[in-house]
Design a protein around this ligand. Structure first.
Ligand SMILES: C[S@@+](CC[C@H](N)C(=O)[O-])C[C@H]1O[C@@H](n2cnc3c(N)ncnc32)[C@H](O)[C@@H]1O
Length: 201
């Protein structure tokens, strides 16, 4: 596994300080109050954006170096953002707790991927939203960011099936130029998900 602490050393923000383009584009769907969890928040750009949106946001990551930079960015942006060091493949996610859960560019092979998806859905309050951004398997050939192991990547169909039980608002496979910090640059193949947990399950 990549050493994220090492990657986050230095003053610059590896993926920038602005939110991912898809997260930004779907923000108008998201509530402006309640609790939000940004899984694998890294240096915090997406979780902090959710805090700026009005949510009581928390970011979890394995990298304490990334989280220290996230805490600094939150201060610069003038929002409250709680950070926690944890392994998201193992941590407990409280049930029916979050109005929004986001996961941007964090890829796991099976069975961790399905297990995490199940815990995400359980963690959403009824009517809560999941925002997911993933590289598509064809990204391995493009080589402009993301894991080189295709086992970590799912097609649109596979990712939708993984999150079975959500009501879908946006599901798309797009190819676009990504310019997000120094680590994600160039034509990329992406899976975008915006789903909602049904009010009645
Ligand atoms: C490509 S970065 C994306 C960071 C952030 N979501 C963003 O878009 O700016 C992937 C992040 O996943 C984190 N990560 C990888 N595996 C993890 C795990 N099992 N638990 C918690 N964080 C993990 C890494 O530390 C890293 O910060």
């Amino acid at each position: 596994m990549a050493d994220w602490n090492e990657r986050y050393l230095g003053e610059d923000y590896a993926f920038g300080t602005e939110p991912n383009e898809f997260v930004l584009s779907v923000a108008h769907h998201l509530p402006r109050k309640g609790k939000a969890l940004d899984l694998a928040t890294g240096e915090g750009r997406n979780g902090i954006f959710l805090a700026q949106h009005g949510l009581e946001a928390e970011g979890v990551d394995m990298s304490e170096v990334g989280l220290a930079k996230a805490a600094r960015l939150a201060v610069e942006k003038g929002v409250s953002f709680v950070t926690r060091v944890a392994d998201i493949t193992a941590m407990a996610i409280p049930e029916a707790h979050y109005q929004v859960i986001a996961s941007v560019f964090c890829h796991f092979p099976e069975p961790q991927r399905s297990d995490l998806a199940r815990r995400i859905i359980e963690g959403l309050a009824p009517g809560g939203y999941f925002v997911g951004v993933y590289y598509h398997p064809e990204q391995v050939m493009l080589g402009t960011g993301g894991p080189s192991d295709p086992e970590r990547l799912g097609t649109l169909r596979e990712m939708v099936d993984t999150f079975e039980g959500l009501e879908w608002i946006v599901v798309e496979h797009v190819r676009r130029e990504v310019r997000e910090g120094s680590r994600h640059q160039g034509m990329s193949s992406l899976v975008h998900l915006l789903g909602r947990k049904p009010q009645e399950v």
